[in-house]
Structure formats: structure tokens, C-alpha cells
Design a protein around this ligand. Structure first.
Ligand code: UD1
Ligand code: UDP
Length: 368
């Protein structure tokens, strides 16, 4: 029997861990699990809402770390997580993605002699100004098991001298969640589109653009954020623009003195997963800087414009619907217009993004 801790903390972690937890719990004779929530995200719509939607059990332990500077947040998580390790004495700690919670828990584990497994290993933006890139590199280099979502992951890890025996290409657990919940999200569409005035007679719905942004490079600098909002206002004069506003972004938009009722953009609180997935699946285009949403749009074949100069998920460009664009008003306006007129052709689904990644992870864990 292997005792395994699974860590969640920030919004994208829930979608990545839910299928793995479910899979491990379906082997009760082989695995004993403990779900730990670091508390990095804590608003209802950034955390609690996902447990019911994703049919995830409530966390066994909540560390309540909350928001703080990088050092303070990371330190709080490490301090709380160390106590959990002492009490539970796991054989393995599994961390997802590139958020502070993942790096903090992996580091705490390996220092206590407990091996760490990294879900979504090997992704690289090669941009060390991103806090996530530091978390990726640190987590990968101290983990014993590296589960990759795309082939670039293996190439990056091997170039960095990591032994190929540790690397397992399993696919994408965030896509597992999407595949299992897409039918449920589809059932939400009639009521959702009606309530948001997005339905159109006979068709799949009205044209609209869905937006999420939360990277410090886009939202923390008021000049850049103003440019982006300006570009979106220009788009909103032609088609509805629906902006799910991350709490970091809400604070920065507030600081700019922009009111949610003054322009045409429809600013919304963060949405639940099912509503957001339903809106993504029917969007004419998505503008984002989110890692996960680049992948979800790729799977769904929805045109995605990523307001960044790089992506750690190159398969979303080489195979998928993703395109990098500048965070300027003109680029946003002209690129969205181009996509609305021409769409994006020739996209296909990346290898092993088939809803079965968590099953492959369990097979690896049974074999090691
Ligand atoms: C974090 C991750 C980022 C990930 C994103 C997913 C790091 C370094 N960053 O960014 O990689 O893409 O989550 O959404 O781990 N806040 C709230 N309520 C909440 C959570 C946050 O109001 O429930 C506000 C606080 O003012 C906080 C700010 O958002 O200071 C930023 O939160 P934080 O978790 O530090 O970083 P994110 O920008 O959310
Ligand atoms: N998401 C959501 N509601 C929203 C916006 C996003 O449920 O209003 C989901 C999205 O479908 C994806 C995940 O949140 O599964 C992505 O998280 P986020 O963009 O916060 O983080 P990143 O992927 O950039 O780390």
C-alpha cells in the first residue's frame, strides 16, 4: 500500500488533480490518499466551487496559507506542509503545475526524504521573469517522477540533464477533466446563453469573444493593462466581449478607475468550471494568458490568442489553435478581427490528450 499526498492550492490545480485522485481512490488496495489544500486561492469562485463541480472530496487538510509575497506565501505553505508530512508519513507527494504551492510542497517533501512526483513536468517558457518558470525548474529538478503532457517536456528535461528514466509521457490530466465534464457543460449552454443574451436562432450561438488575463506582465503594469482594455473596448463595439476577471486583475482594473458599467466589455466575476467551459466551447475566439486555457481551446478547436511573447506549451501552437500576440490595443483589435473573419484552420488534438492521463499515471505508480 502506497501512501500518497496530492496537493492543490490554486485554481488550475483542481482540474489537474481531480482525475488523479479519483483514479487512485479506485485502487483502494494499492493506494491510500490524503488531499492537502494549501489555501493559495481561497475565494469561493477560485476554489470551493470546483469541489462540487469536479466531484472532488473536500480536502483532508487545509493549510490556509492565503495571499502574500512570494517568499511569505511559499514559507507559510512549507511550514504547514512539513507538519502534514510528519503526521501522515507518505511514500510520495504529488504536485501539479507551476504555482507556488507546487514548488513549496515538492521542496518540503524532498528535504524530508519523501519523493515528489510532478504532474505537468518539463514545460518551459525560457522566461525566468515569470514566477511560474522558476517554480517549474525547481520542481522538476527535485522530483523523482516527472509526468509530461507533451513531447517538449521530455526534450527540455533531458537537455537539462534529467535522467530519462524519471520521465513518463502520460498526457494531460486537465484534459481528462474536460473530457469527462464536457457533456455536463454542454447541458448548461441553453440556459447560460439565454441568460447572457448569446443565443441565436437555429445556430450554435452569437459570435462573442471570451477573455481571461492574470499574468503579472499583462495586468500589473497599468500602461499595459490600459492598452489591453482599450483594444477590447474596440472589439466590444463589434461583438460581445465577455471577460472573466481573475481577482488579481480585478484589483488592478479597480486601480485604473475603470468601472464595469462604463464601457461595452462585460466584466464578470470568475466563473465556475462548467459555465466557463461551456462559454469556451461556444466562443468565436478566446483571448487569454492562462496556461490551462491555451490547452483547453486547443482540445476544443476554438481559436485562442495568447497575449504573451512566449508559451511553455508549444504543442498548442504547433498542433493546436493557439497564436501568440502582443499585449497592445492594435494587436488585440486586429488579431481578434482576423480570427473572427478567418478562423484558425488545420488544428488537431495533441497526442495522448484523450481523457486517460490519470489512468496512465496510476499504472506508472503501480509499477515503480
Ligand atoms: C497564481 C499562480 C499562477 C496561476 C494562477 C492561476 C503563482 C506564483 N502564481 O497566480 O501561476 O496561473 O494562480 O489562477 O503561484 N486573490 C484573491 N482571492 C483568491 C486568490 C487570490 O483575491 O482566492 C488575489 C490576492 O490579491 C492575491 C492576488 O490575487 O494577492 C494574486 O494571487 P496569487 O495566488 O499570489 O497569484 P495569482 O495571480 O493568482
Ligand atoms: N477557469 C474557470 N473559470 C474561469 C476561468 C478559468 O473555471 O472563470 C478554469 C479554466 O477552464 C481552466 C483553469 O481555470 O481549467 C485555468 O486556470 P487559470 O487560468 O487560473 O490558471 P493557469 O492555467 O494560467 O495556471
Amino acid at each position: 500500500m502506497k501512501k500518497i499526498i496530492l496537493v492543490v492550492g490554486a485554481r488550475p490545480n483542481f482540474m489537474k488533480i481531480a482525475p488523479v485522485l479519483r483514479e487512485l481512490k479506485s485502487h483502494p488496495g494499492d493506494f491510500e490518499t490524503l488531499l492537502v489544500h494549501t489555501g493559495q486561492h481561497y475565494d469561493k469562485n477560485m476554489s470551493a466551487v470546483f469541489f462540487d463541480e469536479l466531484s472532488m472530496p473536500r480536502p483532508d487538510i487545509h493549510l490556509k496559507a492565503g495571499s502574500a509575497s512570494h517568499a511569505v506565501q511559499t514559507a507559510r505553505i512549507m511550514e504547514g506542509f512539513e507538519k502534514v508530512l510528519f503526521d501522515f508519513r507518505p511514500d510520495l507527494v504529488m504536485v501539479p503545475g507551476d504555482v507556488n504551492s507546487a514548488a513549496a510542497c515538492a521542496l518540503t517533501s524532498v528535504k524530508e526524504g519523501v519523493p515528489a512526483a510532478h504532474i505537468e513536468a518539463g514545460l518551459r517558457s525560457f522566461d525566468r521573469t515569470m514566477p511560474e518558470e522558476i517554480n517549474r525548474v525547481v520542481t522538476d529538478h527535485i522530483s523523482d517522477l516527472l509526468f509530461t503532457t507533451e513531447e517538449s517536456g521530455r526534450m527540455n528535461l533531458e537537455k537539462e540533464g534529467i535522467s530519462s528514466e524519471k520521465i513518463h509521457f502520460v498526457g494531460n490530466t486537465m484534459i481528462d477533466t474536460l473530457v469527462s465534464l464536457l457533456p455536463k457543460a454542454a447541458r448548461k449552454w441553453p440556459e447560460l446563453s439565454e441568460s447572457m443574451d448569446l443565443s441565436a436562432e437555429g445556430g450554435r450561438g452569437r459570435e462573442y469573444v471570451l477573455v481571461t488575463l492574470h499574468r503579472p506582465s499583462n495586468v500589473d503594469d497599468p500602461t499595459v493593462l490600459k492598452e489591453i482594455i482599450d483594444g477590447l473596448e474596440r472589439v466590444a463595439e463589434e461583438v460581445p466581449v465577455i471577460f472573466s476577471v481573475h481577482p488579481r486583475t480585478a484589483e488592478k482594473i479597480n486601480n485604473l478607475g475603470i468601472s464595469s458599467v462604463s464601457g461595452q466589455i462585460r466584466f464578470l466575476e470568475p466563473l465556475g468550471y462548467l459555465e466557463f467551459l461551456s462559454l469556451t466551447a461556444h466562443a468565436s475566439a478566446v483571448l487569454t494568458d492562462s496556461g490551462g486555457i491555451q490547452e483547453e481551446t486547443t482540445y476544443l478547436g476554438i481559436p485562442c490568442l495568447t497575449a504573451r511573447s512566449n508559451t511553455e506549451r508549444p504543442v498548442t501552437i504547433t498542433k493546436g489553435t493557439n497564436r501568440l500576440i502582443e499585449s497592445t490595443s492594435d494587436a488585440i483589435f486586429s488579431e481578434i478581427r482576423r480570427v473572427l473573419n478567418q478562423g484558425i484552420s488545420g488544428a488537431s488534438r495533441p497526442e495522448l490528450w484523450d481523457g486517460k492521463a490519470a489512468g496512465r499515471i496510476a499504472q506508472v505508480l503501480l509499477a515503480v
